[in-house]
Design a protein around this ligand. Structure first.
Ligand SMILES: *Cc1c(COP(=O)(O)O)cnc(C)c1O
Length: 351
């Protein structure tokens, strides 16, 4: 009844157990300011009478708001049911069966999962032993394979949190004017580097953004910014009515009140520094520019189970030569609990 490859296919999943601290999915779990809560409740209330209608087919009003926000044109945007959906749209629009996508390794899991589903192959470059991207090697490797159609660069990277230097990314972009370079900037609000000018100055670049990592993972809304030709082609494969009315309205009001999210973003950035400093005498902490920190440790499996016993949910990764524990930064009180347990784990081992 189903495609035979589904037998071996596993989609994205996460372990489930009872927890008191959730630090596994890079959500922003800080409370929003009360006036923003009221505003959103108000929007939901007002939208009730509109639920009989289909939403705007291409999320037009949200695009208008984004155009204002970025000082660009509506034609520079496509809206997705999460940026996950835009990843799928990009692969569908750019890749024939047996073409390739290219990613960093490690990187966000959905690139490869989505490529697999559409019978698109996957080529990648390993991060170096020093946790750097060797751009010359990357360019060499991509250059050897004509069937690579899309290059996905998540920066800041998930799961390391490391941001790719602007000039290095520019070099990749300039080397392959005929390939689509996707800058996945899901953690952009937590990062000091602004890559937007790469989109505006090059014909082959789009940037992916999302509301998910700044407190609104539940509305499933992400978008891409690119030149009109790219955006027009992506719309050809976008399912109609892909973003519901409630999500569109909430996203519009978030853009209008974006300054109200700033405190939560700043808190996370401050917590990132505090946690990294407190952990660095016990663990090797990667230099994160995202809303999580990742530690490198051979004992990640034990640490994960140790935290699980304390009802703390984090995420672990086996990245080939090293193991990583990715810890989403949350409320300071929750971060304290994680910190204390991570330190206790190491202290316990010393006795
Ligand atoms: C979380 C994440 C996404 C997915 O974002 P959604 O908008 O929730 O689909 C995309 N890319 C990266 C790198 C992520 O970490």
């Amino acid at each position: 009844m189903f495609r035979s490859k589904l037998q071996f296919f596993t989609n994205y999943s996460t372990p489930v157990f009872e927890y008191t601290v959730k630090a596994d999915a890079n959500e922003n779990l800080l409370d929003y300011p009360e006036d923003l809560q009221i505003l959103i409740a108000d929007i939901l209330n007002k939208s009730v009478k509109d639920l009989c209608f289909y939403p705007e087919i291409n999320s037009q009003p949200l695009k208008q708001e984004l155009a204002k926000f970025y000082n660009l044109k509506e034609e520079n945007f496509i809206i997705g049911n999460g940026s996950d959906q835009i990843i799928q749209i990009i692969i569908q629009a750019a890749c024939d069966k047996d073409d390739f996508i290219f990613t960093l390794y490690p990187s966000f899991a959905m690139y490869k999962i989505t490529a697999d589903l559409f019978d698109v192959n996957h080529s990648f470059i390993d991060i170096t032993q020093n946790w750097e991207i060797d751009v010359e090697e990357t360019v060499k490797k991509i250059g050897k394979n004509e069937r690579i159609k899309v290059i996905f660069i998540d920066t800041p990277n998930n799961p390391t949190g490391i941001a790719l230097d602007y000039e290095k990314l520019k070099m990749i972009v300039k080397s392959f004017p005929e390939k689509l370079v996707v800058i996945d900037n899901a953690y952009g609000e937590y990062c000091d580097i602004d890559y937007l000018s790469l989109v505006l100055q090059n014909e082959n670049v789009i940037i992916l953004k999302t509301f998910s990592k700044i407190g609104f993972a539940g509305i499933r809304c992400g978008y891409a910014i690119g030149n009109e030709r790219i955006i027009e082609n992506l719309h050809k494969v976008k399912p109609p009515y892909n973003v519901n009315i409630l999500s569109q309205q909430i996203a519009i009001s978030l853009l209008k009140n974006f300054d109200r999210l700033k405190d939560n973003i700043d808190t996370v950035k401050n917590e990132r520094l505090r946690m990294a400093n407190a952990l660095k005498s016990f663990y090797f902490v990667l230099p994160s520019q995202a809303n999580f920190i990742s530690i490198v440790d051979d004992e990640v499996d034990y640490i994960f189970d140790y935290l699980k016993d304390k009802k703390i949910l984090v995420k672990k990764f086996d990245t080939g030569f090293k193991k990583l524990l990715r810890i989403t930064l949350g409320k300071p009180v929750d971060n304290d609990i994680i910190l204390e347990n991570l330190i206790n784990y190491k202290r316990g081992k010393q006795i």
